[in-house]
Design a protein around this ligand. Sequence first.
Ligand code: GMP
Length: 213
Amino acid sequence: SFRDALKGYLINPEKYSEDIIFHDKDVVIVKDRFPKSLCHLLVLPRDLQLSKSKPWALNAEVKAKLEPYIEMALNYVFKTFTKEYELKEEVKVMPFYTKAQFHNRDYFIENFTQVGIHIVPSMNNLHVHVMTKDFHSERLKNKKHYNSFTTEFFVLWDRLPLQNVDSKHMEDTVIKKSDLKCCFCKANFKNRFSELKLHLDHEFGKRFVECSI
Ligand code: GMP
């Protein structure tokens, strides 16, 4: 089923060299094929038993093993974004007020990236999302896509593990009923997804411009 689409990366990373930015015997880091932000990676532990476990239950021991790989993914995200985009310095709006902040790895990561898991994953193999928080992507096509990364449906790495999870509440209420709120300015678009999309384009364009090479 499509839910097993990530499994190939674990078993045979050599076969997917276009998608994969790093692998060793324990972990694969792959580009999300349907990225919901400009930089969107997945960190996948290769152990098949671990791969089957619930992401919200990730314990401290497993987290400690994955953390160096998450750092690696964050570095990649930082380098890629700051290579491809520039900050429009004349517009002083969060998350960056200055070019120095934009080019400061720690500041960039703290203010413009997120690491975490979907509380109810759509794919069977355990994966951790590492991404920028621009949500500037053609692949972001509906309310579910947006809310799955911007509400408590997305569990930040530092909050793991959770003790128990009400999956039905998460899917029925959090995803479907939460208003669409702009991740930059918090403007509330209620249920109006296409308006949110236009607004996100605007918010992006206010801050960033593609580097001319
Ligand atoms: O939460 C699952 C994530 O996996 C989503 O962000 C999807 O966009 C992503 N995804 C689904 N199928 C594939 C695939 O075949 N390859 C990759 N790299 N990502 C996928």
